[in-house]
Design a protein around this ligand. Sequence first.
Ligand code: SF4
Ligand code: SF4
Length: 410
Amino acid sequence: MGVRDYWFSLKSHVYVEFKKDKILLYNTQNGNCLETELKEAIGLISELYEPKNLGVALLTKEMQSHPDIWRFVENVLEKQMGDLMDMEKMPNKPIRLIPILNLQKDIDRLKKNEEDSVLIGKDTMYYLLELTIYLNDICTERCSYCNSYCRQTLCCTAQNTKSELSVEELENLFRQIQYSSVGKVNILGGNIFQYRDITKIQPLLDSFKEIIHCYFHYDNYETNVLSGSLALELTVNFPLKKDAFKNTWQLIDREKTTLHFIIENEEQYIEVENLIDEFNPAKYNIHPFFSGRNWDFFRENIFLDKEDIFSKTLSIREIFRNQKLNSNFFGSLFILPDGTVKASMNTQALGNIRTDSILSLIYREMLDNTAWRTVRNTQPCNECIYQYICPAPSNYEFVTGKPNLCHIKP
Ligand code: SF4
Ligand code: SF4
């Protein structure tokens, strides 16, 4: 406990989340955190954020004599989150820059430019990072959750209406994105091997080969159709037709293939482990699937607890990003076989490539925000001190209809 007055401040890499009766201090350099409900401590930290205080507050001897406040200050110092400066040695109040979200108001800027469409040029196109194109919607497989997998992870889906994107539409699409920031183009169906013009679009796919990923079900694979330079993404769901899978695995270019296991329960997880042991894929992902009937599996394996939330250290930039945009959805567009465009497979249509340019669709999403800027700003997340440390809402929140898949707020 001190015997003199001190200037107290937080280090500039500390992020503070204020909620009713509780605050979180988060060290963005090492992931350390400190939570308190102590009124005096909340008062002290709040003082730092008063504009006139410029990030520094006075910690008087009287305040230090309060054991709880002193314990809190000691904790802040131990966790390398703050400093005490001797007032005698530093009679003039110092200044400490504290991080406050003050980014350029992109959306307002876009709105202002609405009448002046000349200004929505190249910059808007840079928001587009990933494109998912459903070539067709026919498939002879009969997976039980054909219409649901694609709402939770990248997976084929078929209505068997025979709608298809034409070669011209695809050429037009790729022409529009050639000077964009798109770093990944996912090609899916139905069954892409049954896309009428699959050989005709091969040169087009080849000219973007570094960013093309072809997704298909293991039982739909056909040899010598796709060019050898493309990344292959093989969907494996259950129940597994082992012989068909084995056959595909023998024929496919395994170097270029990533396996995507879709699982609903523990038994399927064990099956995946056995398949991995047996087939030894170099690249694979496991995607839990919410069937509507496997809440227990989800509660145990998907729901976040505090340890999950703090398993990775977030930078101030990432936390501020979580306040502004959704890192799961931002920059993605989905194009369906009838030309419909969506910002996610769970949201309403933004338009159609047959009538709208990609640029105007990006612009629409930036303004309407069907998915790209959905953040944790509804109950109960907006009352939680982990609001913006917590990962952005995902498709799972959409399909379960539950805003918080966590054990923190029941
Ligand atoms: S393989 Fe894909 S498109 Fe075909 S039925 Fe299964 S999920 Fe649907
Ligand atoms: S309530 Fe929301 S913000 Fe808080 S931990 Fe749960 S999901 Fe994350």
